[in-house]
Design a protein around this ligand. Structure first.
Ligand SMILES: [Zn+2]
Ligand SMILES: [Zn+2]
Length: 266
């Protein structure tokens, strides 16, 4: 598999995953021009995308879906629990909407959606496999539950939310108290320390690559996220860049291109 985050954060999310026979985008929360430029950098023709997978109905995950899907006639997949909302919000591409309530395949990619605690109508993460090569995406998660851990454990690569630093969140003057409470709740977003504890578990399950994602523009910084997570992991004898590689998903440009190959293709 070839995998690359194209954008991550409250200003828009989009991740590209490619197998031998399929090319999918997880969420399209950026404008069409942005996504076309990012795909162009990867030398991917937009009309070669096999499907768009939606995690949940928040704007930063779907605001670019309709334009992209309509322009290139791309099928869209989302959980049946958000069908009504999407029929409404993506009404111009109703004919391209497909709803799942179980695992499914897109060519040689096996897609395993799983529920994630978040304050949307319904939110899923995805475990995506090409044979035994596994990549998981879990952002917009209030709480790293056992269900989430079981769903993504032993993935080679995980895009995992490191949304906020609690002190920065509480002292940020432009968020009203209800929003701070929402972000900080079990159905909001994941703090740096909660992310670190999740990484600790994932490393023990065999994960060796974590891309810190959905980093807040107001209540976090890349340095703070990396330093908090690295020092927690070191205190547990997990050495960053020895036992696990930490990478970053950015707000306004694509991240690293990773290759995760099935064992029979190495
Ligand atoms: Zn989001
Ligand atoms: Zn959200």
């Amino acid at each position: 598999m070839r995998v690359c985050n194209l954008a991550s954060g409250s200003s828009g999310n989009c991740t590209y995953i490619e197998s031998e026979k399929a090319r999918v985008l997880v969420d399209v929360g950026k404008p069409l021009e942005y996504v076309l430029n990012a795909l162009n950098e990867l030398k991917i023709a937009p009309d070669s995308i096999s499907a768009i997978l939606i995690t949940h109905e928040h704007t930063d995950h779907i605001k670019g879906v309709a334009k992209f899907a309509r322009a290139f006639n791309i099928p869209i997949y989302a959980h049946s629990y958000i069908s009504e909302i999407l029929f409404n919000q993506l009404s111009s591409v109703r004919h391209l909407l497909n709803f799942f309530d179980a695992d499914f395949d897109i060519a040689d990619l096996h897609i395993q959606p799983f529920p994630v605690p978040h304050d949307s109508k319904y939110c899923v993460g995805y475990r995506v496999s090409e044979a035994d090569a596994v990549v998981s995406i879990v952002t917009d998660i209030g709480n790293f539950t056992d269900t989430v851990y079981e769903a993504i454990k032993s993935s080679a690569l995980v895009f995992l939310e490191a949304n906020y630093d609690p002190e920065m969140l509480m002292s940020y003057p432009n968020y009203p108290p209800f929003l701070k409470k929402r972000i900080n709740s079990d159905h909001g977003h994941l703090s740096n320390l909660s992310c670190a504890k999740a990484i600790e578990k994932l490393v023990h399950s065999g994960t060796r690559l974590v891309v810190l994602s959905h980093i807040s523009e107001h209540s976090n910084t890349v340095n703070l996220a990396v330093n908090t997570i690295a020092s927690y992991l070191e205190s547990k004898n997990i050495i960053p860049n020895v036992n696990v590689r930490l990478d970053i998903a950015h707000h306004e440009h694509r991240g690293t291109i990773f290759r995760i190959n099935p064992t029979n293709k190495n």
